[in-house]
Design a protein around this ligand. Sequence first.
Ligand code: ADP
Ligand code: MG
Length: 566
Amino acid sequence: MKNAQTLQETLSRIDGKGYKAYKDLQGTYTFDRFTLFIDHVQGDPFAQPSRLRVRVPRASSGFKGCFTRSTSRTIALCDYLTRRFSQTARRIAKGVRGTGKGGLILIDTPSQEILPRTSMEVTESHVEARFFLGLPAQGRRIASRDAEAMLLSELPAIVDEALFFHETQHAALTAHVESCEDADALRSQLAELKRVAFVAEGALLARASGIDSHPLRQGAIPFSSPASLRIKVALPNGGTISGMGIPEGVTLIVGGGFHGKSTLLNALELGIYNHIPGDGRERVVTRSDALKIRASDGRSITGTDISPFINNLPFGRSTTAFHTENASGSTSQAAGICEGIEAGARLLLLDEDTSATNFMIRDEKMQKLVASENEPITPFIDRVKELFAIHGVSTILVMGGSGDYFATADHIIQMTDYTPENVTEKAHTIAREHTNGRVIESAGPLPPITHRRPLDRSIPMEERRGRVKINTYGLYEMVLGTTRIVFDDVEQIVEPSQTRALAEAVRLAAPLMDGTRTLADVLDQVMTTISQQGLESLSDILRGDLAAFRKLELAAVINRARTLKT
Ligand code: ADP
Ligand code: MG
C-alpha cells in the first residue's frame, strides 16, 4: 500500500529527471485523513494538468445525513463543496511554479447556477473531489521540491478546509441545500398550479452587466408582483411565499424601452436552473421544458418541417423537410420552434430584441401591399394560440413594438420602472375598440410536428488511435474529430462544463443515428443512459469537468451540425 511517505520517496527519486518520469506517480496513496488517487499524469508541463481525486470517508468528513436527504440536497452539497474547494485552492495553492501550468490546483468553477456536476461526489461512504493539478517543472525537468510542497502540504490543507465539515460553514451550507431544495419543490408545483413560471416577491433580476451574471449591486429594484397574478406556494424549508405565477397559454410582456422586459425574460430563461443563495433569482423558476427561441441567421437547417410557419417558397422549395446551409432570421426562428417542440419543449420564450420582425408580425399595411400568396411566412402571431390549443405549448413573449398581439395573448404584463402590472383587460379593450384591417393569415390548420430520422454518419467522427478527439471552446463550440459544431444562439447553456458534457453526449448519440430511430428517440436514449449511469458515464475516463445539460440543449447542438442528414 502506497502512502504519503512512498509519494515523497518517489518524488525524491525522480527529481531533476525528464518530465515523463512523473508517470511513476500514478496510483493510489493513503494519507492520514484521506486517500489520494493520481489517475492521469500529464505528458508535459504545458498539457492539460494531471487528473487527481481525493476521497474522504463520509463518516469522518462530518457532513451529516441531513445534507443528503434528497437528490436536490445532495446536488446542492456537491455544488457547495466544489465552490469551497475552488476558493480554498485559489487561496492556498501558491499558483504557477516553473514552466507551463505547473503549480496550479484547479477544480471546475461553477457559475451562479447549481448544477449536477462530476467535480464532486458524495455518497454514504465517501466525499470525493475530482480536480486538476499542474505538476511543476523547471524547463522540462521535474521539480520535486515544488511537487512535494503541492502534494504533501498545500493539498492536505485544501482538503482539510474544503472536504471536512466545519461548524463555521453550517449556516451557509444549510442555506445552500435548503434553497436548492425549495427551488426544485417550487418548480415541481408549477404544472399542478397551471403556471409556467414563478417569480417571488423581492427577487432581484437585474445583472451586474451584459457579460457579468452576478447580481446588480446598486439601485436594483426588487420584484413586486401584480395582485391579480399573485399566488402563494408552500416550500419545504422557506415557509409559504408569494409571487407572480405566469399562467399557461400566451403571455405578453409589454412596456417602454429600458423598463426591464428583457431582464425579466432572461431570468425566466435561466429559471430552468436553481441559483445560489445571494444571486437574487433563487426563487425564480420556470418549467424545465422551457426553450428560448431566437433568430439565428446563417445557421444550417436539416430536414426540419417548418411548414407551420413557412410555405410556398420561391421555386417550389420544400418546407416540410427544409434544408439550408444559410438560414434567414425567419426560417431560423421557425426551425428553432419546430425542432424545440420535436425535442419536447412545452414553453417558448421569445424576445423582440432577438427576433426577426417578419417572423413575428405582418401588419395591415404590409398585408395590403404584399399579397399573402407572395409571402411564404405565417407570422408567429397567427400560430401562437394554436401552439397552445393543439400542442399544449405555452409562450411568453416580450413585445413592446406591436399591439397587434393584444388580441392573441391570454395575459398581458406591462413593465413600468421594472415593476409588472397586469394590463390584460385594458389591452383587450384596446384591441376590441381599435380593430384594424389586419387579417389572420395561415396556410390551413397547424400541422402536426414531424419527427425526423437522422441517417448514418450524421456526425462523422474520425478516430485516431481508436479514439475520437473531442475539443470544446467556451460555451458554444465543439469539435469532434473533424466535425465542428457552433451553437452560439443557444442561450440556456451557462457553463463550459455543460458544453464538454454535451460534446461527450453527441459522441454517444452519433452511432445511434442510423436511419432507424427518430431524433427524439436518440435524445431519449442518451438522456436515459445519463440518468441511469450518471454524468460520469458520458466519458471513458473519470473526469471532474462535466456538468448536467437538458435534452433540449443536446437537440439544439445536433440540429446545428452542418453534417446532419435526415
Ligand atoms: P427592456 O427590455 O424593457 O428594454 P431591459 O430589461 O434591457 O429593458 O433593462 C434595461 C436596463 O435596466 C438594464 O440595464 C437592466 O440591467 C436594468 N434593470 C432591469 N431590471 C432592473 C431592476 N429590477 N432594478 C434595477 N435595474 C434593472
Ligand atoms: Mg429588451
